[in-house]
Design a protein around this ligand. Sequence first.
Ligand code: TMP
Ligand code: ASP
Length: 237
Amino acid sequence: MEKREELYRGKAKTVFLTDDADKLILHFRNDTSAFDGEKIEQLDRKGEVNNKFNHFIMSKLEEAGIDTQVESLLSDNDSLVKKLDMIPVECVVRNVAAGSLVKRLGVEEGTVLNPPVFEFFLKNDALHDPMINDYHIMSFGWATEGQVEQMKALTFKVNEVLSGLFDEGGMMLVDYKLEFGVDSQGRIVLGDEFTPDGCRLWDKATRNKMDKDRFRQGLGSVVETYIEVAKRLGLEL
Ligand code: TMP
Ligand code: ASP
């Protein structure tokens, strides 16, 4: 597989074209971003850790019957993925109140949400990823009604698979963000990444934060904690 020119540079990953028109390479950088890119730092080994962590989680999701973009791990920082036409919305499920939900509704952090809450956000840093609903997505043509329903169903299916996985590792999956795209056959496929950069994980016993909130809140030991999360799931990094 030959890496060709850069297609897109995000805040933490760069996407490259390849010699196969249906395949891309995701390159995970050490850049770590928060607050819509206001705070960015390079953290040693973060790209490698997230690339391998993402491959591990996506493989678990594939085993559970969820279609993902990931094809194979190419190197420490690179993964080969299927080319998708990405839908510009973020799908968030929350099992426990934290982050923007706590700020928006004034509820107590740590409140268990039963049923879990589903939210859509528009992927737009300049607008600070505003919350949107199904109607915005359909009216502006970002996705069809059927695609909206599929994204919700798949995001909840991921919750079942991953809540159990993290629970076995002594962690709570507090919330997470997923992004989907449409493949060459018109199917909805899970894209982007699932890493501790895009979810909240708390230690079940101590409620210690084990995700990017360590970076957002300046708690330190960011990459070391991601490695500990992986280890608890059986992945040595
Ligand atoms: P929030 O509490 O800031 O709305 O975030 C909810 C979850 O989604 C949290 O695990 C972080 C993740 N997330 C991202 O990874 N990127 C984003 O741009 C947003 C809005 C949320
Ligand atoms: N992913 C977004 C950023 O890099 C939001 C966040 O995680 O805080 O700024």
